[in-house]
Write a protein that binds this ligand. Structure first.
Ligand code: IPD
Length: 271
C-alpha cells in the first residue's frame, strides 16, 4: 500500500481515538497507578489502545504492534524488519486526568526499524500533525516549518522525565541554563506534542532526558520533516528500539550550534 493511503488510514484511526478521548467522563475513578513517580493509566488509555490495534490492523494487516499499554512494551528483534506500529494512545496521561491540555494520540509506523509515517492528533483543538519520511510535515494538511530564529529569540520546552528521579538534577540544571540563554522556558506535559510544537515553529529547543519510543517516534519524524534536528542529548542519531534521551533543535538553533548539554553545561549525557 502506498504511503498516502497508509497515512489517510492512520489519520482516520487517530481521529476516532480522539473522539474516545473527548468522550471521557469520571476519569479519576477510572485511573490506576503504574510503576514510578506520577505514572498513571486510565481506562481510556487501554480502551484507545485496544481500538487502535483493531483499526490499524485493518489498515496494514502485516504490521506488528508496540503500544504503551500492552503490558510488555518491549522491543523485540523481529520488529527490526517490516512494519511496526508504535502507539501511545494518550500521550500526556497526567494532563488528561488533570484537565490540562493537550493530551494527544501518537502513532508512528516504522519500516525496517526507522520511522516511515508519523501522526499526532490533538482532539481538543482538532489539530492533526502528519509526516511521511522525505515528504515534509503538515498540520491539518498545511505544510509546517521549523523556527529559524536563534536561541536568544526562541522558547525552550522540556519534559521532566518524571519516572526517573536520578535525572531530575540534570533536567532542571539544563532548564536553569536555557532560561538564561533563551527567551523563556515552557513545559507542556506531552512529548509527542512538544515535538509538534517544534515542527510548527513555536519552540527553539525541546529536550527530555529519558523517553519511551512511543512518546517520541511519531513526533520526531514530524519535527525532522519540518526541518528540525532531532538527536539524543549527546547529539547522536535517535534509536527506536529502547528508551533514550531526546533533544530537538529548530533549524535556527541547529545552525547556531552549541546548544547540547555538553555545550551549555559541560556535561556529556549518556543514554
Ligand atoms: C509522558 C509524556 C510526558 C513525559 C513523560 C512521558 P505518557 O507520556 O510524554 O510529557 O514527560 O516522560 O512518559 O505517560 O503520558 O504517555
Amino acid at each position: 500500500m502506498d504511503a498516502e493511503k497508509l497515512t489517510a488510514g492512520i489519520e482516520a484511526a487517530a481521529r476516532r481515538a480522539g473522539a474516545i478521548m473527548l468522550s471521557a467522563s469520571d476519569i479519576e475513578r477510572k485511573t490506576s497507578e503504574k510503576e514510578g513517580h506520577g505514572n498513571f493509566v486510565t481506562e481510556y488509555d487501554k480502551k484507545i489502545q485496544a481500538f487502535l490495534f483493531d483499526a490499524l490492523r485493518e489498515v496494514l494487516p502485516e504490521a506488528n504492534f508496540l503500544g504503551e499499554e500492552d503490558g510488555a512494551g518491549n522491543f523485540r528483534e523481529e520488529y527490526r524488519k517490516g512494519y511496526l506500529f508504535v502507539i501511545d494512545p494518550i500521550d500526556g496521561t497526567a494532563n488528561f486526568l488533570s484537565g490540562f491540555r493537550p493530551s494527544v494520540t501518537s502513532i508512528a509506523l516504522l519500516k525496517d526499524g526507522e520511522p516511515y509515517i508519523g501522526v499526532v492528533y490533538d482532539p481538543y483543538d482538532d489539530l492533526m500533525f502528519t509526516a511521511q519520511r522525505g515528504k515534509g510535515a503538515f498540520r491539518n494538511g498545511e505544510r509546517i516549518h521549523s523556527l529559524e530564529r536563534d536561541l536568544a529569540h526562541s522558547l525552550v520546552d522540556f519534559g521532566t522525565a518524571p519516572y526517573y528521579p536520578e535525572l531530575q538534577d540534570l533536567t532542571f540544571a539544563l532548564a536553569r541554563r536555557y532560561m538564561n540563554l533563551a527567551m523563556d522556558i515552557r513545559h507542556a506535559g506531552t512529548a509527542a506534542w512538544d515535538l509538534c510544537l517544534m515542527a510548527q515553529g513555536s519552540i527553539g529547543i525541546f529536550y527530555e532526558l529519558k523517553l519511551e519510543v512511543w512518546d517520541f517516534a511519531a513526533g520526531a519524524l514530524i519535527a525532522e520533516e519540518a526541518g528540525c534536528r532531532v538527536t539524543d542529548a549527546a547529539g547522536l542519531p535517535l534509536t527506536y528500539d529502547r528508551k533514550t534521551s531526546v533533544m530537538a533543535a529548530s533549524a535556527g538553533v541547529a545552525r547556531e550550534g552549541c546548544y547540547l548539554p555538553a555545550d551549555v553545561l559541560g556535561i556529556n549525557v549518556k543514554n
